[in-house]
Write a protein that binds this ligand. Structure first.
Ligand SMILES: *Cc1c(COP(=O)(O)O)cnc(C)c1O
Length: 499
């Protein structure tokens, strides 16, 4: 299994292995491909009916192994198996609601079932937030931490992860990398702008390899600093700087697993289909669903649910992809979906335009130069591939603050479950696309405790917290306050990497 870039020139697609067509291990620590594109397998591995049947009885860890080994063919099987067993254990995924089986890792809950038997209309919720930071990003990041540690130990190498966070990504990365040999994490966050819970989660980590840097500015300032440091190639090389952002291929592929798991848990025969609704921002989570479908998983519809930042909903409804300027990006009550462009979208567009990398290159250069592209097929547009969106099963919808609050209240009243604001966007949109005979699974993206301010507004009471998180704000906090001075930041990193 070799990989290619979504922007590969035809020459590089046939170049020697290891250079332009690398294996899994070679792209594990990589971000963008050198040509600016994103990595994808040269072809999607297929899952047979017999395999899918055999997978029905596997544990989550063993299922993850079976799926990952199709993508990581250059890793020794026993090593991969040891890593997936260590990653997906009940001890790590124990923060669910009372009575939820931690060993299931991603348990399904029935919210609604109308009718009976094969023709029932049902709405299910797949719990993905029972990991250490109470958001679905743990599902992939925990695997990444173990894969990184394994790869670095093999070469006796070091990696210094440098990133910016508005909350969820940074904490998932820190909890995945804490105490790992060969790895340090330098994480920037806007000082005083994260929720009290998120701040406490990150800053209470006392591990020596975790460096929390609170920047006197907003999230965009933090991101600009990461860009400035990353653009200094000599610094990046000598200081062994890497990232763990959402375009990382291993993160995407780790997420493919829970689509299989959700499908297998919701069905009893491979002739059945399910649909998924996915709260979306950077198109990472739902991109994994697209890949599961391309591998042969019987998914009927993949529904992208956005908030007021509806870049993706606009595309799926009209064929026009129009990125927003940062001033046009709303700060909403589902803040982890407040994005101006969807960084993983290029992977889907590559498949939509028939894996024509020259077209992808032209379209995404147009995103840089003109702020977007138009595949509606209308006169003057850049193509008509939008008409193929239905073949890929995609649908979409958007939610607003009012919809979000009303949905949190409804779900609490009707089913006694408190959902977080992002998951509420998913439930709100999913309800518009339910169909008899095809279970609709909403992916839960965080626990409500992480976003208590909005829960309080919706319900007039606090969200419950899993055991062990009751007094997290009272723990001692460790962080360094810095200004937006890039030179000072570099000096700080260099002083702490010891390189
Ligand atoms: C990251 C995140 C999302 C968006 O996921 P994408 O993969 O970027 O589409 C949604 N909800 C929560 C809580 C998140 O942390």
């Amino acid at each position: 299994m070799m990989y290619t870039s979504t922007r590969a020139s035809s020459a590089s697609a046939t170049a020697q292995p290891g250079v332009d067509a690398p294996f899994f291990s070679a792209i594990l620590l990589a971000g963008l491909a050198p040509d600016g594109g994103l990595y994808l397998p040269q072809t999607y591995p297929q899952v047979s009916d017999a395999e899918l049947t055999a997978w029905r009885s596997l544990s989550y860890a063993d299922l993850a192994y079976e799926i990952l080994r199709k993508f990581a063919t250059d890793m020794p099987a026993a090593d991969l198996k040891a890593i997936t067993s260590k990653t997906y254990t009940a001890a790590v995924y124990r923060n669910g609601r009372d009575g939820e089986a931690a060993a299931d890792i991603t348990p399904l809950r029935v919210l609604e079932r109308i009718g009976a038997g094969a023709g029932a209309t049902s709405l299910l919720l797949q719990a993905l937030s029972n990991g250490p930071t109470l958001a679905f990003k743990d599902m992939a990041m925990q695997l990444l931490g173990n894969l990184f540690e394994y790869t670095l130990a093999k070469d006796g190498a070091h990696l210094n992860i440098f990133g910016a966070t508005s909350g969820d990504t940074g904490s998932a990365a820190e909890y995945a990398m804490r105490g790992k040999r060969g790895i340090r994490v330098f994480m920037l966050s806007p000082h005083g702008k994260m929720s009290a819970f998120q701040t406490a989660q990150m800053f209470s980590l006392q591990d020596e390899n975790i460096y929390n840097i609170a920047v006197d500015g907003v999230f965009d300032d933090c991101q600009d600093m990461v860009k400035a440091v990353s653009n200094d190639l000599p610094f990046k090389v000598t200081q062994k700087i890497g990232t763990v952002n959402s375009i990382n291929w291993a993160r995407v592929v780790a997420q493919v697993v829970y689509y299989f798991r959700g499908y297998l848990a919701a069905t009893s025969s491979n002739s059945e289909q399910v649909s998924f609704t996915v709260p979306s921002g950077n198109f990472g989570n739902i991109c994994a669903g697209h890949i599961a479908r391309m591998m042969g998983l019987p998914i009927d519809k993949l529904v992208a649910a956005t908030n007021e930042n509806d870049v993706l909903d606009e595309f799926f409804r009209s064929g026009v992809y129009r990125v927003r300027k940062s001033a046009e990006t709303y700060h909403t009550s589902s803040p982890s979906m407040d994005i101006s462009k969807a960084s993983n979208f290029e992977r889907f567009i590559y498949d939509l335009v028939g894996r024509d990398s020259a077209r992808v290159r032209a379209l995404f250069h147009k995103v840089e130069s003109a702020g977007g592209f138009d595949l509606s097929g209308k006169p003057g547009s850049d193509g008509d591939e939008w008409k193929r969106v239905a073949e890929f099963g995609f649908l979409s919808g958007r939610s607003s603050h009012r919809d979000r609050l009303a949905t949190i209240r409804d779900v609490e009243d009707d089913y006694g479950i408190t959902i977080d604001p992002h998951t509420a966007d998913g439930v709100f949109v999913a309800r518009q696309f339910m169909a008899p005979g095809v279970p609709m699974i909403v992916l839960e993206t965080a626990l409500a405790a992480k976003f208590n301010e909005t829960i309080l507004e919706a319900l007039g009471q606090d969200a419950g917290r899993p055991a062990g998180f009751e007094d997290i704000e009272a723990l001692p906090q460790k962080f360094t306050l810095m200004t937006t001075d890039v030179a000072q930041m570099k000096a700080y990193i260099a002083a702490h990497t010891g390189l």
